[in-house]
Unconditional design. Structure first.
Lengths: 236, 318, 267
């Protein structure tokens, strides 16, 4: 049985020289739900981009048993669904159907299969019937769920989310949290939403200034107020 | 950083000075007139709208799609901007884009900027407008007019801009006409297809999301007869001149020599001062060698002197 | 994940940095103009031009290697002039055998090509020097001094402000697409989709970018109106150039003119 995500000693610096990640190591088992927390600028988003090979640093990154390298990027991008912080970045087609079908269409799957996957993905995010809608006109909460659908249609093994609940009103947030709870995938979510972390993610990793400063059960980490405060976090 | 899609921005040194100045003389009035017309048409909103759209065109040129293997297609922006803003606004937007590309990113020369502006902001826009309006007129109210018009506008503006570049290079004696013109025409005929497809994709997106923007653009531009005629004239001139020039490259060179008065002036100078070489040195080859040595010494001397004074200044200031 | 590294401006305190932007712009243009007017094959004079720009680079403390590296990026266009080597009539220099073909390289052709490459190379260095040592706001001032209409300069300024914002968005759009561009791993199925589809997707991204620009401009306009904007672009009057600056300007232009005359006389 292989870990879904294995990161060993990952370091990365921006083109202007600023170090973003410094020797990060992280191992996530299949089926685990892990929250990645830390102050802005800690390197959370940068770390997530390494999982699909958009950024490449020094160190080892293996996803679903495959090394993130030139030969494997195609397979890895099909197996890891990365949901970006701003749904605007992911909804770049006129209709919802176009956006959700991009993944399977790119993979070259037959038309019937693509249609089936789109239906399943939209159903999973409780947005059946939205296929012909224009993405641009949806509310932020709807866009976030469609963005997740665009990734689910690839039937990934791992779901990686960057700030899933940011900007949502309480109702949309509640809908999203329930949705995430239902999905059986391995999940890694970068977030500031500590209440969601407490509710959904049994394991928590604290990242600060490019380094992992804590990695353990959410319940016990949330007891350590000193640790939380030291890294700009608040107890929910 | 080079985000420009196709080899269209001419760097400095490739155009003879008189060609460069000639096209400055054409572009400056065009841009000046566009400024006046834009004031009339777009009103108060002009500055933020054109500024941000210019940023969008520039950023949009980073969006690519793989054509085959390593090559990719990009957006140039003249056609899309013309359809959205109308020709006068588009001229200003593209002037901004090409200007910033030259000044900040060295994509295209500074002296050659006049020519580059002419190719992309004037020819590109005028021809795009002409093509788009013509197709839309033919289509009447049917929606296909928008997309076919967009495709034709993008393809034709790319092709004519490329021909303009080739003619400028040939006129400057930089690239022989019988090679440059067919090469540019062929390459950009293909690139233009990519442009056309991207433009159609963008129009499809806007048609689905904000149809009103497309309507206002078309209505605002209405039927600008001046630009339409200019576009037609430019397209025709380029279409006729290009095959002519490429089959008679010598003829073009003759034109170049006739109007290249700086080269001519050089000829006069030689008549006045024949066989001039370094005073006191009879053998011309020796004179050249000595001059070369002198020049090299001057280079090193200057650099040394400069670094020396800088170092001195720094230790004094520290 | 910011694209601010796109900005070529490198802050510094060298004499070149501190020189008035208006002077720098005019001098850069004068340099490029003079190089363009130089006759072909005037190699010793070329060395002088090179020495001028190299000294300026040295003075700017940017590092000559840095400027040359950026200048190299502009060189590929040189290939457009390569045919000259073969086609320009004149005394043949040598013959080149490539496979079954034998091409005659003419001396004037070679000379013209190398002269052109040199002029281009030296001109782009001047432009790089200008953009690396002058902040954009200062460049706007320089543009106004050149009598570029205020409206155009205002648009320039706004474009610059949002250039990086939108370039950032474009980058994120591309990344989001890349992240969903996978391979199914199933035998016999090729990924990538059809060309027309890919172009349409890219077009959709462009349209999306344009749309955001449109709507953003709405918000910007409202913010401007809220602060009293009434459609007219006003700006501070420019301070005049000092006597010293005028002297420097005339001296440098005089030097370039003299160099040009020398080049024409001797070569």
């Amino acid at each position: 049985m292989h870990h879904s995500i294995e990161i060993e000693g990952l370091s990365y610096s921006y083109p202007d020289g600023h170090p973003a990640l410094r020797g990060v190591s992280l191992h996530i088992q299949p089926g685990e739900k892990v929250a990645l927390v830390g102050p802005n600028g800690a390197g959370k988003s940068t770390l997530l981009l390494h999982l699909v090979g958009i950024l490449r640093g020094q160190g080892q990154v293996r996803v679903c048993g495959l090394e993130v390298g030139d030969g494997n990027l195609g397979r890895i991008r099909a197996m890891v669904g990365l949901v970006f912080q701003s749904p605007e970045d992911q909804l770049f087609s006129p209709t919802v159907y176009d956006d959700v079908s991009y993944g399977p269409l790119y993979q070259g799957l037959p038309e019937a299969e693509v249609q089936a996957r789109v239906d399943a993905a939209l159903a999973a995010v409780h947005m059946h019937g939205y296929a012909r809608r224009v993405s641009h006109h949806l509310s932020l909460g709807e866009k976030k769920r469609i963005a997740i659908a665009t990734v689910l249609s690839m039937q990934p093994e791992v779901l990686v989310l960057d700030e899933p609940t940011s900007g949502l009103d309480p109702r949309a947030r509640r809908t999203l949290i329930n949705l995430l709870r239902e999905l059986p995938l391995t999940m890694l979510a970068s977030t500031h939403d500590m209440r969601m972390v407490q509710e959904l993610f049994p394991r928590m990793v604290i990242l600060d200034e490019g380094q992992v400063v804590a990695d353990g059960p959410t319940r016990s980490l949330l007891e350590d107020i000193g640790l939380l405060e030291a890294h700009g976090l608040e107890r929910p | 950083m080079h985000f420009s899609p196709a080899p269209m921005h001419i760097p400095d040194g490739f155009l003879s000075v008189w060609v460069a100045l000639l096209f400055w003389a054409v572009s400056i009035p065009a841009v000046w007139y566009a400024l006046r017309r834009v004031g009339r048409d777009l009103g108060e909103r002009q500055v933020p709208l054109m500024g941000v759209l210019a940023a969008a065109v520039f950023a949009g040129q980073m969006l690519n799609f793989t054509v085959a293997g390593g090559t990719s297609g990009h957006l140039m922006g003249a056609a899309l901007t013309t359809i959205l803003l109308g020709p006068w606004g588009a001229i200003l937007v593209l002037t901004n884009v090409v200007g910033v590309q030259a000044l900040i990113f060295q994509d295209g020369g500074l002296l050659a900027l006049g020519a580059n502006l002419f190719n992309m902001a004037v020819v590109g826009v005028a021809v795009a407008h002409m093509a788009n309006r013509t197709v839309q007129r033919l289509a009447g109210r049917q929606p296909w007019g928008l997309f076919v018009g967009g495709f034709m506008a993008a393809w034709l503006s790319t092709e004519t801009a490329a021909l303009s570049v080739a003619l400028q290079l040939a006129l400057s004696g930089t690239s022989p006409a019988n090679i440059a013109i067919p090469a540019m025409a062929a390459v950009h005929a293909l690139i233009g297809i990519g442009e056309g497809l991207i433009c159609v994709g963008a129009l499809a997106f806007l048609y689905a999301t904000r149809r009103d923007l497309l309507a206002s653009g078309a209505a605002g531009a209405a039927h600008d007869k001046l630009v339409w005629l200019a576009g037609l004239a430019l397209a025709l001139v380029l279409a006729i001149a290009s095959p002519l020039a490429s089959t008679h490259p010598d003829g073009l060179e003759r034109v170049a020599l006739q109007y290249g008065f700086f080269e001519r002036a050089q000829g006069y100078l030689y008549q006045v001062v024949p066989d001039y070489s370094l005073p006191g040195v009879a053998d011309p080859r020796l004179a050249t060698i000595l001059a070369g040595v002198l020049g090299t010494l001057l280079v090193f001397g200057t650099v040394l002197a400069v670094t020396y004074t800088r170092r001195r200044r720094r230790t004094q200031g520290a | 994940m910011h694209i601010h590294f796109l900005d070529p401006y490198r802050p510094g305190h060298s004499p070149v940095h501190r020189l008035d932007a208006r002077l720098k712009l005019v001098l850069a243009l004068a340099f490029i103009l003079s190089a363009g007017l130089a006759p072909d094959g005037a190699w010793p004079a070329y060395a002088l031009w090179l020495s001028l720009i190299t000294s300026a680079e040295a003075l700017s403390e940017l590092g000559i290697a840095y400027v040359l590296k950026r200048a190299a990026l502009a060189l590929p266009f040189v290939l457009a002039a390569l045919p000259l080597v073969f086609t320009l009539d004149g005394q043949p220099a040598f013959n080149l055998a490539i496979g079954p073909w034998e091409l005659a390289i003419s001396q004037p052709g070679l000379e013209r090509f190398l002269s052109l490459a040199f002029k281009s190379w030296v001109s782009v260095q001047a432009a790089i020097l200008l953009s690396a040592t002058t902040s954009f706001p200062d460049l706007l001032v320089a543009m106004r001094a050149l009598r570029i209409p205020r409206l155009l300069v205002a648009i320039f300024g706004l474009m610059w402000r949002y250039l990086f914002v939108l370039a950032d968005e474009a980058l994120r759009l591309v990344r989001a697409r890349v992240a969903r561009s996978g391979e199914s791993g199933l035998p016999g199925i090729k990924s990538g989709g059809r060309l027309a589809w890919r172009a349409r997707v890219a077009g959709g991204m462009a349209g999306s970018l344009f749309l955001r620009a449109f709507e953003r401009s709405d918000r910007i306009y409202m913010a401007m109106v809220a602060r009293g904007y009434d459609g007219e672009v006003r700006a501070f009057p420019l301070p005049g150039l000092t006597g010293g600056q005028w002297t420097m300007l005339t001296a440098w232009i005089g030097l370039l003119a003299a160099l040009l005359a020398l080049a024409h006389l001797l070569w």
